[in-house]
Each structure stands twice: as structure tokens, then as C-alpha cells.
Write a protein that binds this ligand. Structure first.
Ligand code: ZN
Length: 444
């Protein structure tokens, strides 16, 4: 057993009754200093440091001295089959539909070995950054998915106990309803995916399409995790249609919706109605601030004669969904990193601390900093169905990030603040692979 004394943990990451406000912590960013006892790979007790309980006989002791401590973080939405393809398939204009086409062409190369190599690099990176669980969407269709899912099944076994890996089959609804459904469902069942994903588009047949996909998920005994309304079109209401479908079908499994950008350009009354439906349907909302700020509001001047692309214009709208309004309505909200080094966005480091810091800044979560840590901890843990994850609590995995800072504001001021990683009863090495490694990958 090992006792980590004086870990300063945000209340958002502590269980009751430890999450009650304390006299000593700031009302702006409430925390509690805790003594955390670890046995093997689990936390066995968490007590207020003020009580100064004696360490159990034989236990090692480390005094963290009031350093800011977060639990191992959770990446709720990324795309391991696409990551690190930028060098061979860049999205020159970062236009959404252009990037989709670039990656569709590159998917001809997504063999088991190719996806394994890139995903393994991603997992070693995110592990070095302190991530404890990760959910990836994987493109599955008539021509894609078998190699990727096979690679992910292997990685899921290899990373168990370090990064819990969840896979969602991602498909265009147009493909699903044009003959690919059998392949998608067969591969999803074979590889025991955690949820059916999907990329619905507004169309008159959408309610029937959602009913059909929900029936298929129900048959597989899994939930849904959809990409919806990733646009600035006020008429895009796939989120609303999904909530209505959940209620109409009394769908019994977890449902999450990612992006939801168009919600923020709808009238406040209409958006509030949709959020109320989302709450009633129990849908988890996933915002992807880094990618959506990059991809949305990307305007250009009219293309010159004979050309396809005009000169770039300064973005006026940034693509974030209504995070605060969802939180106020009691909806579970999480933020994810989404794409990394692929045609959609040419950078990213599978670093949930970066996602946390940027989300706070971009979505003005400084105005509710007591809640903010939950977007990369308890929020994603709830959506991913991983009880105890994202918390410093008895029974939780003994994975924690110890920052060389005492306050969230210090971390926000200096995002590259050094961090140490606790894994089990001690500190573990944290070394991200070097990008030079990618120069040795087979040329495609
Ligand atoms: Zn995505």
C-alpha cells in the first residue's frame, strides 16, 4: 500500500461527502486536500488531509505538498483510424467536405498493420499525457473497417489496465441505407463494438432511419454515439430528431451525440426545446471545441474564375455547441479532442489537459470553474459507462496526474506546467514517442 498525502483535488472529481465545499478552498475553484491510499491498481481510501490519519503499517508515503491532482483523464471522442495521416493525405484547405473526401481516398490504405501502427503511436502519446480511457470512432462500411477493427481489437487487449479502449462503428447513414448495413452490423458484432456510431444528415426520412438504426443497436445490445449537426445550418436538427427517436422507441441503451454545432445558431426558444428533449431522452452531449473551432466558420471569398477556392476570410462563428445551456438543463456534457493530425486538422497531441485548457478558454468555462474539470473526467466517464473513472475515489483506478501547480488558474496560465503521473503505488515514466519514429513508417 502507498499513501499519497496532501493531493489537492478539485471537488468536481471527488465523491460525496468529500465534494462538499471547504473553508480553506477558493469558491472560484473549490478543492480539497486529500490523503489518497492506493493498493495495487486501485484507490482504497480518500480522506481529508486535515484529519491527518496515520499511514497504515508498512505503507509507503509520498507528500504531494498541496499540488493540484486530477484523476486519469478520459478522451470521449477521437478517430484512431484517421490519426497521423496528415503527412500523406493533408487537408490543404481544411474544408469539411474536402477533408472527408481526402480521408475517404486514404482509407484504401487502412490495413490492420497501418491502423495498428498509427493507433499504437496515439495510445503511447495519450498514455504519456495521463489519459486513462479513450473512445474512438472507426469508419465501417462496404469497403472499410475490417482492418481497422481488427487492429483495435488487438490494441484493446494490449492496453487493458492502462488505457481502456472503446470502439464505435462510424458510418454515413447514406451508406447504411444503400446496401452497407449488413457489413456494418456484421463487423460491429464480430468486434464487439461499444456503440453504433453514424453520421445522419437532415432529410425527410430521418425519423425512419433513426428507428432502423436504433432497432439494429437494440438487437446488438449496445447504445449509439452519433456525429450530428456539424454545421452552421439552423435547419440541421439531427440532435432533436435523435432525442425524439429515443423517446419514441423507448430505446434502453446509452445514447451520446457529438458536435451539435448548429444548436448554437437556432433561435433560443427552439434550442431550449431541443435541450429539454435531450435531457428527457438522457442523451449525453459531446463538444469537440478544438476541431470545431478549426473547421466551422471557415469562410472564403468567392472563388476566382476557373478556381475552386477564394481567399480565406476571418472566422466570425466558431462552432461551439450550447455547453452552458446544456449544463444548466442537467444534461451530461463532455469535451473531446476529435481528430488528430489528419485532413480535418493537422495537429493535436491526444492530450486531454490541452482539451481541458482550450475548452475552458473557448467556451468561457472559467465562469463555472468548479464544474469545468468534469468535462474531461466524470462527464466522459458517465457517457462511456465507466463508473469510478474520472474520480479520485475509493475503487477508482489508481491513476492520477500531479501538476507542478496548486491551482487550476496556474494550470490555465501555464498549460505546459510539468506533470507527474501516478500509476498504482508509484510514479510511472511518461514519455511520448518522438515524431521521428513516423519517418520510418512504410511510405504510402
Ligand atoms: Zn468525430
Amino acid at each position: 500500500m502507498h499513501l499519497f498525502r496532501r493531493a489537492r483535488v478539485p471537488l468536481a472529481c471527488l465523491p460525496a461527502p468529500l465534494n462538499a465545499p471547504t473553508a480553506s478552498s477558493s469558491p472560484l475553484e473549490p478543492w480539497r486536500e486529500c490523503d489518497v491510499a492506493v493498493e495495487g491498481s486501485r484507490i482504497v481510501s480518500v480522506t481529508d488531509s486535515v484529519s491527518g490519519a496515520a499511514a497504515p503499517a508498512g505503507a509507503g508515503v509520498t507528500d504531494l505538498g498541496g499540488s493540484l491532482v486530477l484523476p486519469g483523464l478520459l478522451e470521449v471522442h477521437t478517430h484512431l483510424d484517421k490519426c497521423y495521416t496528415w503527412n500523406r493525405a493533408p487537408g490543404i484547405h481544411s474544408d469539411f467536405w474536402e477533408s472527408l473526401e481526402v480521408l475517404y481516398k486514404d482509407s484504401a490504405h487502412w490495413t490492420d498493420e497501418d491502423v495498428y501502427r498509427r493507433s499504437d503511436f496515439a495510445l503511447r502519446t495519450t498514455w504519456a499525457n495521463g489519459t486513462r480511457a479513450l473512445r474512438t470512432h472507426i469508419d465501417v462500411g462496404a469497403k472499410v473497417g475490417a482492418g481497422s477493427l481488427s487492429a483495435l481489437s488487438r490494441l484493446r487487449r494490449e492496453w487493458a489496465g492502462r488505457v481502456e479502449l472503446q470502439v464505435v462503428s462510424l458510418f454515413a447513414f447514406t451508406g447504411y441505407f444503400s446496401g452497407a448495413a449488413d457489413t456494418i452490423l456484421k463487423l460491429s458484432a464480430e468486434h464487439k463494438v461499444h456503440a453504433l456510431g453514424g453520421f445522419p444528415q437532415p432529410n425527410p426520412d430521418l425519423p425512419r432511419q433513426l428507428d432502423t438504426v436504433m432497432a439494429a443497436a437494440r438487437e446488438l445490445g449496445i447504445g449509439l454515439d452519433l456525429h450530428v449537426d456539424e454545421s452552421g445550418l439552423a435547419g440541421a436538427e439531427c440532435l432533436r430528431a435523435t432525442a425524439e427517436a429515443v423517446l419514441r422507441n423507448e430505446f434502453p441503451h446509452p445514447v451520446a451525440c457529438g458536435h451539435n454545432c448548429s444548436l448554437s445558431v437556432q433561435s433560443p426558444e427552439r434550442a431550449q426545446e431541443t435541450i429539454a428533449l435531450v435531457k428527457e431522452a438522457g442523451i449525453g452531449i459531446i463538444s469537440l471545441p478544438l476541431t470545431n473551432v478549426h473547421l466551422q466558420g471557415r469562410n472564403r471569398a468567392p472563388a476566382p474564375d476557373g478556381g475552386k477556392w477564394g481567399t480565406p476570410k476571418t472566422p466570425q462563428w466558431r462552432g461551439l455547441t450550447l455547453i452552458h445551456e446544456c449544463v444548466d438543463a442537467g444534461v451530461t456534457v463532455a469535451c473531446g479532442g476529435d481528430n488528430v493530425c489528419d485532413a480535418f486538422i493537422g495537429w493535436g497531441d491526444f492530450d486531454m489537459v490541452e482539451v481541458f485548457v482550450q475548452s475552458v478558454r473557448l467556451a468561457h468555462l472559467d465562469s463555472r470553474l468548479s464544474f469545468a474539470p468534469s468535462i474531461v473526467t466524470t462527464g466522459p466517464a458517465s457517457i462511456m459507462g465507466l463508473p469510478g473513472y474520472g474520480q479520485v475515489a475509493p475503487g477508482s483506478p489508481a491513476d492520477m496526474i500531479v501538476f507542478d501547480a496548486r491551482k487550476l488558474y496556474s494550470l490555465l496560465a501555464r498549460p505546459n506546467t510539468p506533470r507527474r503521473l501516478i500509476h498504482g503505488e508509484g510514479f510511472r515514466k511518461a514519455e511520448a514517442p518522438h515524431f521521428d519514429e513516423q519517418d520510418c513508417w512504410p511510405k504510402i
